[in-house]
Design a protein around this ligand. Structure first.
Ligand code: SF4
Length: 386
């Protein structure tokens, strides 16, 4: 296909595709899917080889958020039966992080629910960063604490945070449909504050919330303009008890097209397959490794992922290798701002809405069975999945 040859050439030159080219990737047929994956895979391998970076999420504070993000199980009024707890102590967070590092993660993403941290929260997280770095030499730390106030990014950087995550999630035009308590520009501003403070910026999206192809292209182009070092791509986990519980819009093929489009638009950036991987890609997860160079190991913030050992087996079986702590993730031209990235948000979660259980079609019942609330790891007495 001329389209794919053009996109590969542009990806290898770090040249931005046109909007029409990005839309055309999303419009390809199932017959063309393997050609799309192979083409985007060439771009992925050119910049990142066959390496897969592993990241590990630690939810420092879970639930009870005053914001109303409709995809999130932690929002105010959420009826999702997630774990709810306040700030983990630094030692407990460090133990959870160590499990991820022992499982092969080179980045730990420290996430807290809420609109944004208070200065006291920044102190707590600073102590947690110190505890983790003391016990896990070389680990990258990404903080994901919500909207930042003046000076907080600098304080987190000084405390040792390598990266800061704050996702744009969806297009500016539709942002008001998924959240009314803050807006798109607030999110952009926080990412820019993190960059200005010298942290590696991580910012991504959530697909599957009912958005159009044009919305997806819009948010990915907005991300390209913002120029984060890593872009997590989440696929909505329609938690029971959230307003988006009925949004089952994705197929494994659609997920692969979205990941390929993100790779073509952000060719040399760490593209991370994030929440919803198991739920939506299902048996096609290994194909996604040809598109992304980064995944989360084990569980997400409020939902369970596949066993960490299965993640490692999948990577090996697909012919990829886990990126070691002594390897720099980003290509050389992106390294001056290096550090960690991403964090957070990964998994769409739940929120407020009526659970619906009766009368679901068998396929939908099967999909729902894949959405398991996290009951182990941080905030529990059970060992983490890593
Ligand atoms: S995404 Fe973050 S800010 Fe929005 S409701 Fe969830 S925890 Fe709160």
């Amino acid at each position: 296909m001329d389209l794919l040859n053009t996109l590969v050439d542009k990806g290898l030159r770090r040249e931005v595709p046109t909007r029409d080219e990005a839309l055309a990737v999303l419009a390809t047929t199932d017959d063309e899917l393997l050609d799309v994956v192979a083409a985007a895979g060439k771009v992925r391998r050119a910049w990142f080889g066959r390496r897969v970076k592993l990241n590990y999420l630690v939810n420092l504070k879970s639930g009870l958020c005053p914001e109303d993000c409709s995809y999130c199980s932690q929002r105010l009024g959420s009826k999702a039966e997630i774990l709810k707890y306040t700030w983990l102590k630094p030692d407990d967070a460090s133990k959870a992080a160590a499990a991820g590092v022992a499982g092969g993660a080179k980045r730990v993403c420290l996430v807290a629910s809420g609109r944004g941290p208070t200065d006291k929260d920044v102190d707590r997280v600073s102590q947690t960063i110190a505890a983790i770095k003391e016990q896990n030499e070389g680990v990258e730390i990404c903080a994901c604490l919500g909207l930042l106030d003046n000076g907080q990014a600098e304080r987190l950087r000084a405390a040792g945070a390598d990266a800061y995550n704050h996702n744009l999630n969806t297009s500016e035009a539709t942002y008001g449909d998924i959240c009314t308590t803050h807006d798109f520009s607030d999110r952009v501003e926080t990412v820019q504050q993190a960059q200005a403070a010298g942290m590696s910026a991580c910012s991504g999206l959530i697909a599957g919330m009912g958005e159009s192809d044009a919305d997806l292209v819009d948010v990915v182009f907005a991300l390209r303009e913002l120029d984060p070092d890593s872009v997590p791509v989440n696929f909505l986990i329609p938690f029971e008890g959230t307003p988006l519980a009925k949004e089952w819009n994705l197929t494994p093929q659609r997920c692969l097209r979205i990941l390929a489009m993100v790779r073509f638009v952000c060719p040399d950036v760490e593209v991370r397959l994030a929440g919803g991987r198991e739920v939506h890609l299902r048996s096609l997860q290994p194909l996604a490794l040809h598109l992304v160079n980064s995944i989360f190991l084990g569980d997400y913030l409020t939902s369970e992922g596949q066993a960490g050992k299965d993640d490692l087996a999948m990577i090996a079986d697909a012919g990829f290798e886990v990126e070691g702590a002594d390897t720099t993730t980003l290509p050389a031209h992106r390294r001056p701002t290096e550090a960690g990235t991403d964090a957070a948000d990964a998994v769409p979660d739940a929120a407020d809405a009526e659970p619906e259980t009766a009368g679901a079609a068998p396929a939908e019942e099967a999909r729902r069975a894949l959405v398991a609330v996290r009951r182990r790891g941080a905030g529990t007495d059970l060992p983490p999945n890593a």
